[in-house]
Structures are given as C-alpha cells and as structure tokens.
Ligand binder design. Structure first.
Ligand code: SF4
Length: 393
C-alpha cells in the first residue's frame, strides 16, 4: 500500500493498553473537499453518513434479520440467505436516501445480516479464500497464508486521525486510519514496507480491541474509519466482528489493493460505505514484476467494478516513472469506460523505497521519482477522458 504524505515517522505512543497509537494532530485542512458540487454528488452516500442523515451500511446490516441462527445453516444456505438479505439491504438504502433520515423503522433482530456475514468469514478462515491467492490454509489451526503470512489473528501496527488523505476524507478532524499489519501483495517499492511485509509487526488485536480503536477514533471526531495496512482484506473476519460490536454511526472506508475474491467482495459490498482502491498496473507483466501478484488486471478490474456498483469510490492511481503507456493510460481508459463517475486521484508522489533502494540494480527503471511532465501528462489524459481528478489529487 503506497501512502500519501503521512506522519509515519512520528514517535509512537502506547494507547488502549495494548495497541500503538499516534497522538491526535491539530487539523491542518479546512473541509474544502466539499466546496465542489461534483464531489458532493458523487460522494453523496458517504457525505450523508458524515452529516448523520444516513446510517452507515454496517448499522443497517445489524438491523436486518437473517431469520435463524446462522451457525446452524449449511454453507449453501448461508450464501443463499446472503443474496436475499443483500437485496433487502439495497431496499433499506433506497428508503434511507429517499427519506433522507436515519432508519429508525428498523429494529435489532435476534440474528442479523451482520451476524450471518461474521459466520461466513469465520468459515472461510478454515480454508482461506479471502484473496485471490486462494491458499485454502486453515488459519484457525494456526496455518499461515502464503500471500499474507497471517494466521487467524489480526495485528494492528498503528492508528491515528490521518490528515494526508484526500480532502473529503480528511474533512475537519482527519480520517480515522487503522493500519493492519501485513499485505497479500508485495510491492518492491512499498513506502510502508515495515508494516506491510512483516506479518509480526504491531500488536495482536481482538475484535473487541478493534471496536475500541474505532470508538476512540470516533471520539476524536474523525470523518470515517479508514481500514488499511498493509492490506485489510486478510483481516476481514476481525473487522466484521468489530463492527458487530460497534454502534457509532461512522462511514467505513476500505483502502485496498483490491486483490480479494468475489466471495469477499460480496461480503464487503454491503458494509463498505466508501471505497479507496489502488489501481496501479495496466497489465499483468508489470504487476508480476513490481507487486509480485498473478492475474492482477483481471482481478483488480473485476473488483473495482463490484465496488463501483456498491458504494462511493475514489480510485487512486500512482503514476510510476516510465509507465505512462503500459499502465497509466490503460488504467485511465478502463476507469473512464467502466466507472466514469468515480473520482480519480492521479498521484504524483511515488518515490523509490524498500527493495528498489536495497536492490537498486534490479529496479533501475523505477529508481527515480516520476518527472513532473509524466504526472502532467497523466492528468492531461484524465482530462481528455472526462475523469474528475482535481478535487481529490
Ligand atoms: S488472505 Fe489471501 S494470502 Fe492470506 S491466507 Fe487468505 S487467501 Fe491466503
């Protein structure tokens, strides 16, 4: 996960007894992200939750009855029920938007749609297919994923209100960012490699701990809960359980490399209010060489499409030096053709890090920052395609 300018070098302090936390910073941004009418319209759901007009999707999931104890259902029955309840959720969202008010008509059932999702993720852990590595390891028996290196425990490396994200995400008090340890992708230039490439970094956390972190960030007045890493996907089970223990109305933001399976996407689509996906590579050769994942384009494009149909979205594209033709243009073409209403952050802040510095002879072609002309060219091309990037870049 390539982060925007952050305070990653800020000294850590211990918080909540067991996990690391940075102290609250002073707000340095005004909420100017909302001055733009296009941003208001395209991030309408997220803004509605931020203003308290809508209930976050995970809260709606908690109010929908799954009709019986999900632990007693077969896998097939769970997925069938999941499809049905997903439609029910769409109806509830429609009512919410139409009535422009929180969903007070719904009551807390004995077993909810979110309980069902938690049960599904728990079962997936026995033969993990959260992401397209599809390791099928039994993480509950302490086997570790081939891609992520994690067993069933989630680990958190840091959490704090983040002021380096896109303006609508920062708003007045920052984006409540939780950095989960480890990643299922292995970018040779990862700026955040000490967190993403060491599965034992940070502290092991329970769902209750994560819920405590969410509540603590919400007390700081953050605009959203920004789930990142590393990568949040291998920790889907703990995150959903944490949300099941949380009642604060706050948007859930999935900040991800989008290398999850369709099964995980189906589970997440009903709880994520706003997506912040990375779309880096326009072809599988570049992805295999620099991020070390197979079938990148097909998987990532499919998941962007699912996300686009199920929530607000800001696509991040990091302009890589020398990759305008093979990556930037194909990605912007694809976004314009398939997700034309997504906001796009055309990012120019790449810098050589991690293996690009340590094994520089192997990665000479990306051992430099992108030229200003490359970033300008990428943004001109985004303009040419009619993509909206200025308010979020
Ligand atoms: S999250 Fe991905 S890499 Fe990790 S165990 Fe599951 S399938 Fe494997």
């Amino acid at each position: 996960m390539h982060l925007k300018a952050t305070n990653m070098n800020h000294p850590k302090v211990l918080g909540l007894g067991r996990v690391w936390r940075w102290p609250l910073q002073r707000a340095v941004h005004q909420p100017y992200g909302w001055l733009d009418e296009v941003v208001k319209e395209r991030l309408g759901w997220y803004r509605g939750v931020l203003q308290g007009r809508y209930s976050a999707k995970f809260l709606l999931c908690k109010q929908i009855s799954c009709g019986g104890d999900p632990r007693l259902k077969s896998d097939g029955e769970l997925w069938q029920e999941h499809g049905r309840l997903s439609s029910e959720l769409s109806d509830a969202i429609g009512i919410c938007v139409k009535g422009d008010s929180p969903n007070s008509h719904l009551l807390k059932p004995e077993f909810s749609f979110l309980d069902l999702k938690c049960e599904l993720t728990h079962r997936i852990l026995r033969k993990c297919i959260f992401c397209e590595w599809r390791c099928k390891v039994d993480r509950l028996a302490n086997e570790r994923g081939k891609g992520c290196g994690l067993d069933s425990k989630a680990r958190v490396s840091a959490f704090f209100p983040h002021f380096g994200e896109e303006p609508p995400l920062v708003d007045q008090n920052g984006s409540g960012t939780i950095f989960f340890t480890s990643c299922n992708s292995h970018c040779v230039f990862c700026q955040n490699w000490s967190i993403s490439q060491d599965p034992l970094d940070g502290m092991a956390v329970s769902a209750r701990d994560v819920s405590g972190i969410i509540k603590s960030l919400c007390r700081d007045g953050v605009a959203n809960i920004n789930l990142v890493g590393g990568e949040p996907t291998p920790n889907t089970h703990v995150i959903l359980e944490a949300l099941n223990l949380t009642s604060t109305n706050v948007s859930i933001l999935w900040n991800s490399n989008m290398y999850m399976t369709p099964e995980t996407m189906q589970i997440l689509a009903d709880v994520v209010d706003i997506w912040l996906p990375d779309f880096k590579w326009g072809n599988d050769l570049c992805a295999a060489k620099y991020s070390r994942v197979p079938r990148y384009f097909e998987v990532t494009a499919r998941n962007h499409l699912m996300a686009y149909r199920n929530g607000d979205m800001i696509v991040r594209h990091l302009v890589m030096p020398g990759h305008l033709e093979c990556c930037t243009r194909p990605i912007l073409d694809w976004v314009a053709g398939n997700c034309p209403r997504a906001l796009v952050n055309v990012m120019g802040q790449y810098r050589p890090e991690h293996l690009v510095l340590q094994q520089s002879s192997e990665y000479l072609e990306i051992a430099r920052r992108p030229g200003l002309w490359e970033v300008d060219e990428a943004r001109r091309y985004a303009d040419h395609l009619g993509l909206v990037w200025r308010p979020v870049s």
